[in-house]
Design a binder for this molecule. Sequence first.
Ligand SMILES: C[S@@+](CC[C@H](N)C(=O)[O-])C[C@H]1O[C@@H](n2cnc3c(N)ncnc32)[C@H](O)[C@@H]1O
Length: 231
Amino acid sequence: MKNQLNTPHDNSVEMWDKYYASKRGSPMFEKIVHYGRKIYFGDVFARNVLKLGGQANSYLETGAGTGTTLKQIQQQTLARCVGIEKTPLAHSLGVQNAKNCEIILGDALALPLPDQSFEVAYSLGLFEHFSLEEQQQFLKEQARVATKKILIEVPTRTPHMMTIMWFNRKIRGLKGVWADDELFTKQKFAQKFPGLEFNYHFDWASLAMTCWFVLDPQIVRDYFPKQTPLN
Ligand SMILES: C[S@@+](CC[C@H](N)C(=O)[O-])C[C@H]1O[C@@H](n2cnc3c(N)ncnc32)[C@H](O)[C@@H]1O
């Protein structure tokens, strides 16, 4: 498996529809993933957002999915919690699940939100589904709407994660989530965004499956030129 800087991904709505629909009756692996998010990872991620992002009056989760983590953060902090989600099925599951949060159907690459409208902007399991150009645009958008912190949680390049990805892609013939996710290391992020300052947190509590990049919105705003190809 090559450690390329711009790997092909399937991030289509159709792929995500299948992922969310698998809750209702398809393969065991997806059921375990959904169940694990609900009973264990939602809580681990919420604790990390609060630890790495700090106490805040507002949190934005981009790619909020079913809103599991956002709901926990809202319950623990009573802060304003907003989720952005592009897949209609996930959006409606999120609206049903996270009743005290606002879940908006929208695109991470053109957030339907005013500048500097959230203190902490975070994403879980989203960044690895974008191309390099989309990642640049994503960072710009996160920096546009955030004032205090940007947190990005992604899968790590550890042996068990590499094995899971390989198995799902090569043996099960899958594309998209858990098959062609980009796996990250601290060095890889630094290579992709040379000179961009960030903090790195390896997440043992996620069973060494994930890591976090923590960025200062002002530093990201200064890093990117005003115009990018997606603007
Ligand atoms: C792995 S799921 C993570 C869901 C949730 N963050 C969680 O931790 O359970 C990634 C989510 O990002 C959404 N997504 C992908 N591309 C997006 C985009 N451009 N804008 C908004 N959401 C997007 C997908 O529909 C999917 O629900």
